[in-house]
Design a protein around this ligand. Sequence first.
Ligand code: DC
Length: 231
Amino acid sequence: MNTKITIAIDGFSSTGKSTLAKQLAKQLGYIYVDTGAMYRAVAYFAMQNNIITPSGFDKTALVAALPSIQLSFQYNAELGFAEMYLNNENVETQIRTIEVSSYVSKVAEVSEVRAKLVEQQQEIGKNKGIVMDGRDIGTVVFPDAELKIFMTASAETRAQRRFDELQAKGDQVSYEEVLKNVVERDYIDTHREDSPLIIAEDAIEIDNSYLNKQEQFDIVLDLVNEAIKDC
Ligand code: DC
Protein backbone atom coordinates (compact mmCIF):
# COMPACT_ATOMS: atom_id res chain seq x y z
CA MET A 1 0.00 0.00 0.00
CA ASN A 2 1.32 3.43 -0.91
CA THR A 3 0.83 5.72 2.07
CA LYS A 4 3.11 8.46 0.86
CA ILE A 5 1.43 11.85 0.97
CA THR A 6 2.15 15.38 -0.19
CA ILE A 7 2.90 17.90 2.54
CA ALA A 8 2.57 21.59 1.62
CA ILE A 9 4.15 24.11 3.97
CA ASP A 10 3.34 27.73 3.21
CA GLY A 11 3.69 30.91 5.16
CA PHE A 12 5.49 34.20 5.63
CA SER A 13 9.24 34.55 5.20
CA SER A 14 11.49 33.43 8.06
CA THR A 15 8.81 31.46 9.87
CA GLY A 16 11.07 28.41 9.97
CA LYS A 17 9.28 26.62 7.12
CA SER A 18 12.46 25.10 5.76
CA THR A 19 13.67 23.91 9.17
CA LEU A 20 10.36 22.15 9.75
CA ALA A 21 10.21 20.79 6.20
CA LYS A 22 13.74 19.35 6.47
CA GLN A 23 12.96 17.71 9.83
CA LEU A 24 9.80 16.14 8.40
CA ALA A 25 11.48 14.92 5.22
CA LYS A 26 14.27 13.32 7.25
CA GLN A 27 11.86 11.62 9.64
CA LEU A 28 9.57 10.34 6.88
CA GLY A 29 12.20 9.57 4.22
CA TYR A 30 10.50 12.09 1.91
CA ILE A 31 12.00 14.46 -0.66
CA TYR A 32 12.30 18.06 0.52
CA VAL A 33 11.92 20.93 -1.93
CA ASP A 34 12.62 24.55 -0.98
CA THR A 35 10.72 26.47 -3.66
CA GLY A 36 11.95 29.81 -2.27
CA ALA A 37 15.44 28.72 -3.33
CA MET A 38 14.19 28.42 -6.92
CA TYR A 39 12.83 32.00 -6.92
CA ARG A 40 16.06 33.14 -5.25
CA ALA A 41 18.14 31.44 -7.95
CA VAL A 42 16.17 33.27 -10.66
CA ALA A 43 16.70 36.57 -8.79
CA TYR A 44 20.41 35.77 -8.53
CA PHE A 45 20.54 35.08 -12.27
CA ALA A 46 18.82 38.44 -12.91
CA MET A 47 21.38 40.21 -10.70
CA GLN A 48 24.33 38.51 -12.38
CA ASN A 49 23.03 39.54 -15.79
CA ASN A 50 22.23 43.15 -14.83
CA ILE A 51 18.54 42.48 -15.43
CA ILE A 52 17.79 43.67 -11.92
CA THR A 53 19.89 46.46 -10.41
CA PRO A 54 19.33 49.14 -7.75
CA SER A 55 18.05 51.41 -10.54
CA GLY A 56 15.49 49.09 -12.08
CA PHE A 57 14.18 45.73 -13.22
CA ASP A 58 13.89 44.75 -16.88
CA LYS A 59 11.04 42.20 -16.76
CA THR A 60 11.02 41.69 -20.52
CA ALA A 61 14.70 40.74 -20.49
CA LEU A 62 14.10 38.25 -17.67
CA VAL A 63 11.17 36.62 -19.48
CA ALA A 64 13.30 36.39 -22.66
CA ALA A 65 16.12 34.77 -20.67
CA LEU A 66 13.90 32.18 -18.95
CA PRO A 67 14.68 29.33 -21.39
CA SER A 68 18.36 29.69 -20.54
CA ILE A 69 17.74 29.32 -16.80
CA GLN A 70 18.13 25.70 -15.70
CA LEU A 71 17.34 24.94 -12.07
CA SER A 72 18.05 21.67 -10.34
CA PHE A 73 18.44 20.25 -6.87
CA GLN A 74 21.34 17.97 -6.02
CA TYR A 75 21.34 16.03 -2.80
CA ASN A 76 24.26 16.73 -0.46
CA ALA A 77 24.57 13.68 1.81
CA GLU A 78 26.80 15.54 4.26
CA LEU A 79 24.24 18.32 4.77
CA GLY A 80 21.28 15.97 4.50
CA PHE A 81 19.36 18.07 1.99
CA ALA A 82 19.39 19.01 -1.69
CA GLU A 83 21.25 22.14 -2.72
CA MET A 84 20.16 24.61 -5.37
CA TYR A 85 21.99 24.61 -8.71
CA LEU A 86 21.65 27.30 -11.36
CA ASN A 87 22.92 26.21 -14.78
CA ASN A 88 24.95 23.47 -13.06
CA GLU A 89 26.57 25.85 -10.57
CA ASN A 90 25.95 25.37 -6.85
CA VAL A 91 24.41 28.71 -5.75
CA GLU A 92 23.24 27.67 -2.29
CA THR A 93 25.38 30.34 -0.56
CA GLN A 94 24.93 33.11 -3.14
CA ILE A 95 21.12 32.99 -3.00
CA ARG A 96 20.91 33.58 0.78
CA THR A 97 22.29 37.14 0.87
CA ILE A 98 20.24 40.19 1.89
CA GLU A 99 20.77 41.55 -1.64
CA VAL A 100 19.00 38.57 -3.20
CA SER A 101 16.31 38.81 -0.50
CA SER A 102 15.71 42.44 -1.44
CA TYR A 103 15.08 41.56 -5.12
CA VAL A 104 13.43 38.15 -4.98
CA SER A 105 9.83 39.24 -4.34
CA LYS A 106 9.91 41.42 -7.47
CA VAL A 107 11.10 38.47 -9.54
CA ALA A 108 8.46 36.21 -7.95
CA GLU A 109 5.73 38.62 -9.14
CA VAL A 110 6.41 37.79 -12.78
CA SER A 111 3.77 35.32 -14.05
CA GLU A 112 6.09 33.71 -16.60
CA VAL A 113 8.63 32.98 -13.86
CA ARG A 114 5.91 31.48 -11.66
CA ALA A 115 4.54 29.31 -14.48
CA LYS A 116 7.98 27.85 -15.23
CA LEU A 117 8.80 27.14 -11.59
CA VAL A 118 5.35 25.75 -10.70
CA GLU A 119 5.56 23.31 -13.61
CA GLN A 120 8.94 22.08 -12.43
CA GLN A 121 7.68 21.79 -8.82
CA GLN A 122 4.66 19.74 -9.92
CA GLU A 123 6.94 17.42 -11.88
CA ILE A 124 9.29 16.91 -8.91
CA GLY A 125 6.35 16.12 -6.60
CA LYS A 126 4.19 14.04 -8.92
CA ASN A 127 4.90 10.74 -7.10
CA LYS A 128 4.10 12.15 -3.61
CA GLY A 129 6.39 11.42 -0.67
CA ILE A 130 7.32 15.09 -0.74
CA VAL A 131 7.56 18.03 1.64
CA MET A 132 7.50 21.29 -0.28
CA ASP A 133 7.74 24.72 1.28
CA GLY A 134 6.87 28.06 -0.27
CA ARG A 135 4.00 30.54 -0.56
CA ASP A 136 1.58 28.92 -3.01
CA ILE A 137 2.15 25.20 -2.51
CA GLY A 138 -1.24 24.42 -0.92
CA THR A 139 -3.12 26.86 -3.14
CA VAL A 140 -1.54 26.52 -6.60
CA VAL A 141 1.19 23.87 -6.86
CA PHE A 142 -0.53 21.04 -4.97
CA PRO A 143 -4.12 22.10 -4.17
CA ASP A 144 -4.89 18.42 -3.44
CA ALA A 145 -2.08 17.97 -0.90
CA GLU A 146 -3.20 15.68 1.93
CA LEU A 147 -1.66 17.99 4.53
CA LYS A 148 -1.32 21.76 4.32
CA ILE A 149 0.43 23.76 7.00
CA PHE A 150 0.44 27.57 7.08
CA MET A 151 3.10 29.08 9.30
CA THR A 152 3.06 32.52 10.87
CA ALA A 153 4.96 34.50 13.51
CA SER A 154 5.23 38.20 14.24
CA ALA A 155 7.42 40.28 11.87
CA GLU A 156 9.72 41.18 14.79
CA THR A 157 10.23 37.54 15.79
CA ARG A 158 10.99 36.60 12.19
CA ALA A 159 13.37 39.55 11.67
CA GLN A 160 15.29 38.61 14.82
CA ARG A 161 15.68 35.01 13.62
CA ARG A 162 16.85 36.11 10.20
CA PHE A 163 19.21 38.71 11.72
CA ASP A 164 20.79 36.04 13.97
CA GLU A 165 21.27 33.74 10.97
CA LEU A 166 22.87 36.45 8.82
CA GLN A 167 25.13 37.58 11.68
CA ALA A 168 26.26 34.01 12.26
CA LYS A 169 27.30 33.93 8.61
CA GLY A 170 29.25 37.17 9.05
CA ASP A 171 26.82 39.28 6.98
CA GLN A 172 27.16 42.96 7.99
CA VAL A 173 23.53 43.96 8.29
CA SER A 174 21.44 45.79 10.89
CA TYR A 175 18.33 44.42 12.59
CA GLU A 176 16.36 47.42 11.25
CA GLU A 177 17.38 46.58 7.69
CA VAL A 178 16.30 42.96 8.11
CA LEU A 179 12.97 43.99 9.68
CA LYS A 180 12.34 46.41 6.82
CA ASN A 181 13.05 43.62 4.30
CA VAL A 182 10.71 41.20 6.12
CA VAL A 183 7.87 43.76 6.18
CA GLU A 184 8.40 44.72 2.52
CA ARG A 185 8.45 41.10 1.39
CA ASP A 186 5.29 40.35 3.40
CA TYR A 187 3.59 43.21 1.59
CA ILE A 188 4.68 42.21 -1.92
CA ASP A 189 4.05 38.49 -1.31
CA THR A 190 0.49 39.09 -0.07
CA HIS A 191 -0.44 41.78 -2.61
CA ARG A 192 0.88 40.42 -5.90
CA GLU A 193 -1.66 39.66 -8.58
CA ASP A 194 -0.46 36.16 -9.48
CA SER A 195 -0.70 33.57 -6.68
CA PRO A 196 -0.52 35.91 -3.67
CA LEU A 197 0.35 34.41 -0.31
CA ILE A 198 -3.01 33.40 1.15
CA ILE A 199 -3.97 30.67 3.53
CA ALA A 200 -5.65 27.72 1.78
CA GLU A 201 -9.12 26.98 3.12
CA ASP A 202 -8.07 23.55 4.33
CA ALA A 203 -4.67 24.55 5.74
CA ILE A 204 -3.83 24.29 9.42
CA GLU A 205 -2.33 27.51 10.75
CA ILE A 206 0.56 27.35 13.18
CA ASP A 207 1.85 30.49 14.89
CA ASN A 208 5.30 29.54 16.11
CA SER A 209 6.23 32.83 17.81
CA TYR A 210 6.30 30.96 21.12
CA LEU A 211 7.10 27.41 20.00
CA ASN A 212 10.54 25.92 19.92
CA LYS A 213 11.62 23.71 17.01
CA GLN A 214 10.93 20.46 18.84
CA GLU A 215 7.44 21.53 20.01
CA GLN A 216 6.56 22.61 16.51
CA PHE A 217 7.91 19.38 15.00
CA ASP A 218 5.94 17.23 17.46
CA ILE A 219 2.68 19.05 16.65
CA VAL A 220 3.15 18.70 12.91
CA LEU A 221 4.29 15.07 13.08
CA ASP A 222 1.00 14.22 14.82
CA LEU A 223 -0.84 15.96 11.98
CA VAL A 224 1.17 14.00 9.41
CA ASN A 225 0.33 10.69 11.06
CA GLU A 226 -3.35 11.60 11.13
CA ALA A 227 -3.26 12.60 7.45
CA ILE A 228 -1.58 9.30 6.51
CA LYS A 229 -4.18 7.35 8.53
CA ASP A 230 -6.98 9.14 6.66
CA CYS A 231 -5.60 8.15 3.24
O1 DC B 1 11.05 31.25 1.34
P1 DC B 1 12.01 32.33 0.87
O2 DC B 1 12.09 33.52 1.78
O3 DC B 1 13.36 31.80 0.54
O4 DC B 1 11.36 32.84 -0.50
C1 DC B 1 11.97 33.84 -1.27
C2 DC B 1 10.92 34.65 -2.02
O5 DC B 1 10.36 33.87 -3.07
C3 DC B 1 9.77 35.18 -1.20
O6 DC B 1 9.90 36.55 -0.94
C4 DC B 1 8.55 34.93 -2.03
C5 DC B 1 8.98 34.05 -3.16
N1 DC B 1 8.32 32.75 -3.20
C6 DC B 1 7.15 32.65 -3.90
O7 DC B 1 6.64 33.66 -4.40
N2 DC B 1 6.54 31.44 -4.04
C7 DC B 1 7.08 30.35 -3.49
N3 DC B 1 6.47 29.16 -3.66
C8 DC B 1 8.27 30.43 -2.75
C9 DC B 1 8.87 31.66 -2.61
